[in-house]
Every structure is written in structure tokens, then in C-alpha cells.
Design a protein around this ligand. Structure first.
Ligand code: NAD
Length: 235
């Protein structure tokens, strides 16, 4: 556990970052310091034992599927709202999130960026394209563990809603170098190719989204529910 205190205390809340030693965790800690959260505590593989009894206002989890289950248990026991962007979850993991949301506020999003949220809305326009072929592609850094990415699966769901019962091909995944995240949705007819593309230019886009969601969720402490990122961005 490492504990840091913000300098200007603009936010005035206490935050635990689970997965705090990781790429996303480090970025969230860096931005949270800058934003002036009153207290920012990093927890990683050593677990939550050290923070038992600390009155956190919210937990942000960017760890692993197993790590997320540990966050769920701790947040439920302590009545603390939970924001998570951890991907690679099984159906059982999603059920655990749903069960937890009957006791505490929970917000999970496969992608914490505003751009991907808007892209998901844009996908609805593809419902007008009859008899076109569709393909989602994603590219990420070589250390990424899950494949296809959680965002590609989310966009595939949105695309499926838009095109109805038509069978869609699985998203294509490429792992290369240090790419933070690229998602493309292609629609192709005999005569045209339409491509929607989102590129994350920095991890800070996800960290920023997670911190905005955490601030929002901390204010809903007694309001147990499974929230979406759309609830935050559209409120
Ligand atoms: P990472 O491997 O760099 O960091 C993960 C951290 O979690 C590590 O420090 C690791 O020690 C810790 N961890 C793993 N298992 C743990 C456990 N059981 N208990 C405690 N700590 C544990 O990974 P990353 O790139 O920071 O990504 C983390 C997760 O966030 C991944 O699932 C990734 O796909 C996801 N992600 C989501 C978004 C989004 O916008 N939703 C964006 C980027 C990454």
C-alpha cells in the first residue's frame, strides 16, 4: 500500500486504486494527485488488508479478473462504491458485478473514453446499410492479456443491435509494440468502404474517464445500482 495526499484538495475525497502498480493504475494515481483528491491510496497484489478500516469514498479497479473479484468483496464488506475498467471478464465475473450492484454502486466500462462512447452511438447509423459487410478490428500493445479487447466486444454488441439478426464476423485482433488502443469499425459494400476509427493517444484518456466516473459514483454512496459510463457522461 502506498498513500499520497493531494496538494490543493479540490476533490476532497478518499480514493483507493486497485492495480495501482500497473500501467493504468500508475496513470490514475498520477492524475488523481494532480486533481487534488484528499487521499489517494495504491493497492496491488499485497491486497486490501492494509486498508481495512480506512474510510475510502470510492475504489477504482484496473487490475485483472481475479483482482476485480477481490475489489468486489472488499467494497461490498465496506460499503464503498466501485468503478472498474478491468477487461477479459467471464459471464460469471459479470454476474458478480451485478450481484454487488444490489448492495453498492458499481460502474464498469470496457472503455472509459468519451470518444468510444460517441463511437458506440455512431454505430447506430449503420442500421441503414442493408447487405453491407461489417468487420471490427482492434490493435493493442503486445502486453495486453485479453483478446479481442473488451472495447471490441462492446462495439460488436452495439453493432449487432444496429444490424439486427445478421451474423457478424468475430472482431480481428492484432498485438504490436506499444499501441495503446485502436478500434476500427468497417462497413463495406461492392462500391464503398466506410470506416469509423478511434485511437487512444494516451492512457490518460482512460484514467481521466475513470476518475470522472469515480467522483460521480462517490456521490451516490447509498444508491446501489449497476451504472454505465453513459449515466456519467450524459448526466
Ligand atoms: P497491467 O498489467 O499493467 O496492470 C495490472 C495491475 O494489476 C498490476 O500492477 C498487477 O500486479 C495488478 N494485479 C493483477 N492481478 C491482481 C490481483 N489478483 N490482485 C491485486 N492486484 C492485481 O495492466 P493495465 O494495462 O494497467 O490494464 C489493467 C486492466 O485494465 C486490464 O484488464 C486492461 O484490459 C484494462 N483496461 C481497461 C481500459 C478501459 O478504459 N476500461 C483501458 C485500459 C486498460
Amino acid at each position: 500500500m502506498s498513500k499520497k495526499t493531494g496538494q490543493d484538495m479540490k476533490v476532497g475525497q478518499s480514493l483507493i486504486v486497485h492495480g495501482g502498480d500497473g500501467r493504468m493504475g500508475q496513470e490514475i494515481l498520477r492524475l488523481a494527485q494532480h486533481d487534488g483528491w484528499a487521499e489517494v491510496i495504491s493497492v496491488d497484489r499485497a491486497g486490501f488488508d492494509d486498508v481495512d478500516g480506512i474510510p475510502a469514498d470510492v475504489v477504482i479497479d484496473f487490475s485483472s479478473p481475479q483482482g476485480l473479484l477481490n475489489s468486489i468483496v472488499w467494497c461490498e464488506e465496506n460499503g464503498v462504491p466501485l468503478v472498474s475498467g478491468t477487461t477479459g471478464l467471464t459471464d460469471e465475473d459479470f454476474k458478480s458485478l451485478e450481484r454487488a450492484s444490489q448492495k453498492i454502486p458499481v460502474l464498469w466500462a470496457a472503455n472509459m473514453s468519451l470518444g468510444v462512447h460517441v463511437l458506440a452511438k455512431a454505430v447506430q447509423a449503420l442500421s441503414h446499410l442493408k447487405d453491407w459487410d461489417f468487420q471490427i478490428e482492434e490493435v493493442h500493445h503486445r502486453m495486453k492479456k485479453d483478446k479481442p479487447s473488451g472495447t471490441a466486444l462492446f462495439l460488436q454488441e452495439e453493432l449487432q443491435k444496429a444490424v439486427g439478426k445478421r451474423e457478424l464476423p468475430e472482431p480481428l485482433s492484432l498485438r504490436a509494440g506499444g499501441i495503446i488502443g485502436v478500434h476500427k469499425i468497417m462497413a463495406v459494400s461492392q462500391e464503398e468502404l466506410l470506416c469509423f476509427e478511434h485511437q487512444a493517444l494516451s492512457r490518460s484518456v482512460f484514467a481521466r474517464g475513470a476518475l470522472i466516473a469515480a467522483q460521480w459514483l462517490a456521490k451516490r454512496k447509498g444508491k446501489a445500482q449497476l451504472y454505465q459510463l453513459a449515466d456519467v457522461l450524459e448526466s
